[in-house]
Design a protein around this ligand. Sequence first.
Ligand code: NAD
Length: 454
Amino acid sequence: MQIINPATEEIIKEVKEDTKESLFEKLELLRGNQPEWQKVPIAERVKVLKKFSDLIEKNIEDLALTLTTEVGKPLQQSRNEINGARKRIKWLAENAEKYLSAETMTFEEGMEEKIVYEPLGVVCNISAWNYPYLVGINVFVPALLAGNAVMYKPSEYATLTGLKIEKLLKEAGVPEKSFQVAVGGREVGEQLLDLPFDGYFFTGSYKTGKYIYERVAPKMVVCQCELGGKDPLYVADDITDIKAVAAGTADGAFYNNGQSCCAVERIYIHEKVYDKYVEEFTKEVNSWKVGLPTEEGIYIGPLTRKGQIDLLTQQIEDALRQGATLETGGKRIDRGGYYFEPTVLTNVNHDMAVMKDESFGPVIGIMKVQNDEEAIRFMQDTEYGLTAAVYSSDKARAEKILEQINAGTGYWNCCDRVSPALPWSGRKHSGFGATLSHTGLRTFTKPKAFHLRS
Ligand code: NAD
């Protein structure tokens, strides 16, 4: 398999993909050792994962450069991702004992009622490329903390990062036989679906998630899907600093080139602040530096996948055909690599693909609305349900709106953020189940009820 630098289209490296046989051997290794890892006291497992965090801090420059070279993310955003990953590991490690240890629920008249959180066994993690540290760590860190063995399949677009993660986990003390990497793309993913894992944890697109969910259903094991989004953001008429809101929300839409599952993908603006907001938003977008992601100060690098250029072009053409206005951008940038102009469309509506289908790139549609009710109606008009954001000076007003949106996360005066202390979960086509928080630690366990009469 060739690893390609999306900024230059050069081949960085060739790696050997796993085969049906090698995957089977890796699974056997994991299966054989999982009971041993489960026996390691949880405090020890916590120590190992904390060491892993120290190692990624120590190697941050090398890891960031590898990430940037294979996914095209600006170097500073790669460093940000790794630092964010460390915060997640810290929270998960510090809370593991509290949420994974056995709990005595009642002790009455000689009867003890207790819950023991047993690991699932050997779990399979099929992952995405857009934040390989963050979305990977959401799964394999709590899974290992809970005593599982893990087969981790990084995306084919983040393979080198996946292999570096493996090396550092082993250096930190995760046994060779408790963590294995499956190298490859869709076909290797398919082969993993054929193997007898005790749980499947998938991060990726709705299309693949739906397929995986259906394929593994007959196995009757846990299957969790963290999928895409079409996340809406509404700016109410009572905001005071339109310029700051425009800049902050533009970042929410375009950070990582819009390739975030919780990127702002649709914007609704109250008519009283609409004109000024669009002006400031477009000004902000036009101020960004586009270029090689390895150069300091670059905000927009290349897209990770070449194929996305066609999808974005089609969405824009469809919108313009139906009467949208192009405020800025609109096409591929004429240079080597998979570059696309940050694009702002106004006069959009919900008949246009750009307001319905995930763009996963630097393209945003902005729509004028008359009031909160209209904003809620549009925000709810989606097949997805990952996050939703409201900007307003009035917390109660924002919360009232967010309560009516069927999404796993609600933001007031912020967007495009994830906290390790809170559950990360989608609804509808954005998936089901949760990672992070106490829920995301227990996701990787089977609770066993003990009724113990003395
Ligand atoms: P993708 O669905 O194309 O691929 C994801 C993974 O699935 C890859 O490892 C890929 O090799 C594997 N795969 C592909 N086809 C397969 C098959 N038939 N069987 C088994 N495995 C298969 O997604 P992507 O392009 O890597 O990621 C982008 C998508 O992920 C976006 O939709 C984004 O919103 C979503 N995402 C969601 C979250 C979240 O937390 N909700 C986080 C990051 C990304």
